[in-house]
Design a protein around this ligand. Structure first.
Ligand SMILES: Nc1nc2c(c(=O)[nH]1)N[C@H]1C(S)=C(S)[C@@H](COP(=O)(O)OP(=O)(O)OC[C@H]3O[C@@H](n4cnc5c(=O)[nH]c(N)nc54)[C@H](O)[C@@H]3O)O[C@H]1N2
Ligand SMILES: Nc1nc2c(c(=O)[nH]1)N[C@H]1C(S)=C(S)[C@@H](COP(=O)(O)OP(=O)(O)OC[C@H]3O[C@@H](n4cnc5c(=O)[nH]c(N)nc54)[C@H](O)[C@@H]3O)O[C@H]1N2
Ligand code: SF4
Ligand SMILES: [Mo]
Length: 725
């Protein structure tokens, strides 16, 4: 089968419903003793899966039919969620680098002693801040909070960040600045209640297939508008596709705002009552008429007005964005340009509306509130003495243990390795050596570290292979806790299988580390994930994310997940709740802010030697990130191309005499790799697209970042293509 055929086949296989038992797990067809419902451990949609259990072990699963998120549906990854747990290459014992430079098995006692001795030695030699951690949006909130608290209050670390920096940091900053708190306002019901759904830099059909199903269930015959340089599967199913020039979103969105004002298609009442800064924004927009940006965006003036008119005609317009916006050198202002459109047209706080950032990983939203990295537990601030006092008092710890400054973001930690400031690194539940931008830099820098610990389900990830110490972790399905999905819904995961060999849950590993480090006293109340969850609910008191009325896991299960906030003031118990229904935001004046800035040029423009713009992102709905989990399923493997490939417009390929499926050299200023050419009109001439799931892609990407969120600009670098012979 050619790549083309494989991809074509894929779109028709995207969604599998209950009753489709083609995708099962090993072992199957056993009648279960019981079933239990839990949230899927891949994407942030947060589908509920009913796991079938026999003799205490998971034997199969089906999507939960009555859950308000997925309504009985799951995508291929969800159906195959148990398979990666049974894979033979699971990490089953701790491994330590030996004299011959090989990772060799050791006992947990030895592993924990090595962890403690080595990191303490680094701190003694290079200072307390010289050990850092890099974590994830893929472990339960309780584990995330334990890690952040252990690292900062127990081990005395200052710097730690999550892979969520690669993903959600832009939205976090955009919301904080515009609304006063990191607060995606929507509920998934909005997908069905909109009459106009605008998706910006979001390939919902591939990356969030069940959210896409919610759009498909919309009975209003909605306009579906896609703003994406590529004619993606989502764009193909849209009613209007704006194939803008990559990274011209900011100008494009300003031109839409300009047109809305020019035609008086705005909501003055909402602007007056609920926002500040509109007059300044209006003055700023004078320079961004559709005529003046049309050329740069690659969209005709007529079409820019057409989109503005469509937004005006819509009664309930929802605007959604994902990585095409966030992963940009000017992502924060772009996200805020989307927020501005919702504010000026009054499309927020009502059913079917909103300025809605879609999250990526299963618990990225838990990490946003509780990772204790750039913000203090519960969405508090490290710099604020009142916040430190409050958190210390709830945790019953000495306030002086809480650092007075937030962590460095991910790229500063990496730069810290380069400058010799970071000498010890603990990486968990993320695969930095594959997913981090400008990957060669990280692998080179690794040599500068005195001690690298990797905590993962598998000992053979690109990052685990270069570690000094590997700690074997239990995965989703082998432990308990909660995730928070994109629509702020808190839901439970359960233990439905024993972890293999000596692998332990991250929670248990943190507990053991706190004992070996000598700080277990701080965590005496953190006995189990559920005890920890109860402490975390207290930390949210009086915050916009206040969930002090959630009692326990049982209540969460019985209500079909609970969206934050949930407290004595929560107006109703409806399973679908959205924010800002009263037109009041989280800033002290209760108003949302119009925030804007002059667009900047691309960090790496295409030039003669590197004439193609390379975009990256998700390839298929059956591949997950660096593929440590999805590559374990023989079924999922059938749904995507084996070899690394790039999409190329056939006209460009023909000019370069590149044949379909041919191996080609792709080079950027940083590296040269080989990949197969995949002919498709999905990409325009002058662009190529490479999926992130293959280990080569980030050798090419250019390390540039948004200045406010520090999110890497994964979606634009300049490359050249060369025939191999
Ligand atoms: N199957 C699958 N699903 C996933 C994941 C996965 O690995 N596999 N990962 C999850 C995670 S963590 C995340 S963050 C989400 C990501 O979900 P998405 O953001 O939807 O996925 P991407 O493919 O990264 O990027 C979306 C689109 O951005 C477009 N784009 C590139 N440059 C620009 C630009 O300048 N402007 C605009 N408007 N668009 C641009 C790309 O062409 C691409 O189609 O997916 C989640 N879901
Ligand atoms: N070029 C390019 N690069 C990108 C992107 C892009 O669009 N383009 N997208 C970026 C984005 S949005 C993201 S989110 C990142 C994702 O990048 P990563 O976070 O590196 O990707 P994953 O493959 O999900 O890595 C998760 C790791 O955690 C392990 N793991 C899973 N569950 C557990 C657990 O419970 N405990 C422990 N200890 N380990 C566990 C898995 O085996 C795996 O090794 O990639 C980023 N990189
Ligand atoms: S859409 Fe996301 S949460 Fe739902 S089954 Fe697929 S991977 Fe899991
Ligand atoms: Mo992500």
């Amino acid at each position: 089968m050619t790549l083309h055929e494989k991809k074509g086949k894929l779109s028709s296989e995207l969604i599998l419903r209950p009753g489709h038992f083609g995708l099962g797990i090993v072992p199957k067809k056993k009648k279960p003793d019981r079933t239990t419902n839990m949230i899927c451990g891949f994407c942030s949609t947060g589908c509920s899966l009913k796991v079938h259990i026999k003799n205490g072990e998971a034997v199969n699963l089906t999507p939960t039919s009555k859950y308000p998120v997925n309504l009985g549906m799951a995508c291929p990854k969800g159906w195959e969620a148990l398979t990666p747990l049974y894979s033979e290459d699971r990490a089953t014992q701790p491994l330590l680098i030996n004299k011959s430079g090989e990772l060799a098995p050791i006992s947990w006692h030895k592993a924990l002693s090595e962890f403690t001795q080595n990191f303490k030695a680094v701190q003694r030699k290079h200072g307390m801040e010289s050990v850092a951690f890099i974590s994830t949006g893929q472990i339960p909130t309780e584990e995330m909070a334990y890690l952040g608290a252990l690292a900062k209050f127990g081990m005395g670390l200052t710097h730690g960040d999550g892979n969520t920096r690669q993903c959600m940091a832009t939205s976090v900053v955009a919301y904080k600045e515009s609304f006063g708190f990191d607060s995606p306002p929507y509920t998934y019901q909005d997908f069905e209640e909109s009459d106009t759904v605008v998706l910006i830099g979001s390939n919902l059909c591939i990356a969030h297939p069940i959210m896409w199903q919610r759009v498909m269930r919309n009975k209003n015959n909605p306009e579906i508008i896609v703003v994406d340089p590529r004619r993606t599967e989502t764009a193909m199913a849209s009613t209007q596709h704006y194939a803008i020039t990559p990274k011209s979103d900011l100008k494009f969105l300003y031109a839409i705002a300009h047109a809305l004002i020019e035609k008086n298609w705005i909501d003055p009442e909402f602007i007056k009552n609920s926002t500040v800064g509109f007059q300044e924004f209006k003055a700023f927009l004078k320079n961004y008429s559709p005529e003046s940006v049309s050329h740069d965006c690659g969209i005709t003036v007529k079409n820019i007005y057409h989109l503005a008119k469509t937004i005006h005609k819509g009664k309930n317009v929802s605007l959604w964005w994902t990585m095409g916006v966030n992963q940009s050198y000017e992502g924060v202002r772009t996200a805020q340009a989307i927020i501005n459109l919702a504010l000026m047209t009054g499309n927020i706080g009502r059913p079917g509306t909103g300025a809605n950032s879609i999250t990526g990983q299963c618990n990225a939203m838990g990490s946003r509130l509780f990772s204790n990295t750039t913000s203090l537990l519960g969405g508090h601030s490290f710099e604020n003495p009142e916040h430190r006092k409050k958190v210390a008092s709830i945790l019953e710890i000495d306030p002086s243990l809480i650092p007075h400054k937030p962590s460095w973001p991910y790229h500063k930690i990496i730069e810290g390795i380069e400058s010799g400031k970071i000498k010890g690194l603990w990486i968990l539940a993320t695969n930095t050596a594959h997913s981090w931008i400008h990957q060669n830099q990280f692998t080179d820098l690794r040599k500068k570290l005195d001690f690298l610990v990797v905590q993962d389900m598998y000992p053979n990830t690109e990052t685990a292979r270069i570690a000094d110490l590997v700690l074997p972790a239990a995965g989703w399905g082998e432990k308990e806790g909660t995730f928070i999905n994109s629509e702020r819904r808190i839901a439970c995961i359960k233990q439905v299988k024993k972890a293999p060999g000596q692998a332990l849950s991250d929670f248990r590993i943190f507990k053991l580390i706190s004992e070996y480090w000598g700080c277990s006293e701080l965590f005496k109340k953190w006995k189990s994930p559920e005890d920890t969850f109860k402490i975390l609910t207290q930390l949210t008191k009086d915050q916009p994310c206040d969930i002090t009325s959630i009692k326990d896991y049982k209540q969460i299960d019985s209500l079909g997940g609970i969206q934050w906030p949930y407290n004595k003031n929560t107006p109703h118990d409806d399973p679908q709740r959205r924010l800002f229904e009263d037109g009041k935001f989280f800033h002290s004046d209760q108003k949302a802010k119009f925030i804007f800035e002059k667009p900047k040029p691309l960090a790496e423009a295409i030039i003669n030697n590197f004439p193609f713009q390379m975009l990256t992102g998700r390839g298929t709905s059956s591949q997950w990130h660096t593929q440590t989990r999805t590559s374990k399923s023989e079924i999922l493997k059938k749904l995507y191309p084996k070899d690394v490939y790039f999409e190329i417009n056939p006209e460009d390929a023909k000019k370069l005499e590149i044949k379909n499926n041919e191996w080609v050299e792709v080079n950027s200023k940083r590296a040269t790799i080989k990949a197969r050419a995949f002919y498709t009109y999905i990409v325009k001439s002058g662009q190529i697209f490479m999926p992130m799931h293959y280990p080569h892609v980030n050798k090419l990407t250019h390390p540039s970042y948004d200045p406010y969120s520090h999110q890497p600009s994964y979606k634009a670098c300049a490359v050249n293509l060369r025939k191999i012979n």
